[in-house]
Ligand binder design. Structure first.
Ligand SMILES: *Cc1c(COP(=O)(O)O)cnc(C)c1O
Length: 398
């Protein structure tokens, strides 16, 4: 390797460490759940988990594991092919049909991850004659996907409808042939819900298509868990989503929408054409997860109850929370080191949280993003709140 290159990388790493921005991964030795077993220097410990995207607690659901095990037996481990060569199973088409029906669209197409779905969407569907108008807080995969496309790019301040209108007018003035507005359905770092009815009204006024990334909504938000469109009554034209969060939490992404959109993606989307088909077990498990999520009003109620309790009691303790109703509850701390210190103080008390700081959130907006789950019992929530009260005093913010 060229002289000095690894030294250069070590300098970059030392800088990350010096700024208090180093991310360290803890190792879990149990299934994902409301409580997890975590390996550490002193052996294994049981911890209450407040940072999984396991909103309905389906990640270790026995019926989903059974469906996956049955598929493993019937179809084997992997496909060793992309979809269009010899990688399409009957199961893949069943999953595509199921997600499209669930979300009320014509058809759907699977990807290895929603990161890939967002990487596929814009480049395939839009050309240099077109315009993409993107919310400033959109997920990294949307930002990267937009970069891959040749379309003209416009950015509006997050959820600022005046700015969205300004950008739409500009796109019209610039003679963009087609205009596509893209937004997260629920913003992953803040937990805010996109203003879809207002976005719909502006889209109709200026003739634009709406694409929503509903990764933090599909399965748990809205009637039957059908996401932000169903919750707000303003349906997006195209939805991208994941099987890696509420819907079983394994992996895989999708795009669902009008038939022509899906048909063209199947012909042209590079992350689809040049990447392996979803494993049979993951496909079958996700299929079962949709069925379970759709009927899981009881789990959705538990998630809502946990969310309300946690928000209320953390607010009463004096923590600075971003307001909202979603199970993403950010505890705002400001500096990265404070977020790290509070996370460490919680860790010592058996609560598993993650500090989020630059580059995941803006500088000076470090936070602990807590996430509620139907897998958390009332006792788990009590335990976590008690730990926050003590840890907050220890780091000097309460
Ligand atoms: C998690 C997430 C993704 C990525 O999904 P994967 O399937 O894990 O790649 C994309 N967009 C948003 C908004 C997300 O929250």
């Amino acid at each position: 390797m060229q002289t000095g290159y690894l030294d250069h990388l070590r300098t970059v790493l030392a800088d990350i460490e010096a700024q208090g921005l180093m991310k360290r991964e803890r190792q879990i030795t149990s299934p994902q759940g409301g409580q997890v077993t975590v390996a550490g220097a002193g052996g294994q410990r049981q911890m209450v988990n407040l940072c999984a995207n396991n909103y309905l607690g389906l990640a270790d659901h026995p019926a989903i594991a059974d469906a996956a095990a049955t598929a493993l037996e019937q179809y084997g481990f992997g496909m060793a092919s992309v979809r269009f060569i010899c990688g399409t199973l009957d199961l893949h088409r069943e999953l595509e049909t199921a997600i499209a029906r669930y979300l009320g669209k014509d058809d759907a197409i699977l990807f290895a991850a929603c990161f890939d779905a967002n990487g596929a969407l814009f480049e395939t569907l839009l050309s240099e004659d077109d315009a993409i108008i993107s919310d400033s807080l959109n997920h990294a995969s949307i930002i990267d996907g937009v970069r891959l496309s040749k379309a003209k790019r416009y950015r509006f301040q997050t959820s600022d409808m005046d700015d969205l209108e300004t950008q739409l007018k500009q796109a019209v003035a610039d003679n963009a042939r087609f205009r596509l507005i893209v937004t997260d359905g629920v913003f992953s770092m803040d937990g805010y819900i996109a203003k879809l009815p207002e976005i719909r009204a502006l889209a109709d006024k200026y003739g634009a298509i709406i694409a929503v990334d509903d990764c933090h909504a599909t399965g748990h938000l809205g009637p039957e868990g059908r996401g932000t469109g169903a919750l707000t009554g303003a349906e997006p034209d195209i939805i991208t989503g994941t099987f890696g969060k509420t819907l079983g939490g394994a992996m895989g992404g999708f795009i669902t929408g009008p038939q022509a959109v899906i048909d063209l993606l199947r012909q042209r989307a590079r992350p689809y054409l040049f990447s392996n088909a979803l494993a049979p077990a993951v496909t079958a498990g996700s299929l079962r997860a949709i069925e379970i999520a759709r009927g899981a009003d009881d789990l959705r109620q538990k998630l809502t109850d946990n969310t309300r309790t946690f928000r209320q009691r953390m607010g009463e303790l004096g923590f600075d929370l971003l307001p909202g109703e979603t199970p993403i509850i950010p505890v705002m701390l400001g500096e990265a080191t404070l977020a790290q210190n509070l996370a460490a103080a919680l860790d010592r008390r058996g609560v598993y949280v993650a500090g989020f700081f630059f580059p995941v959130v803006p500088k000076g907006k470090a936070r602990i993003r807590t996430q509620m789950s139907a897998a958390l019992s009332a006792a788990d929530i009590d335990f976590a709140i008690g730990a926050f009260a003590e840890a907050g005093k220890e780091v000097g913010i309460l």
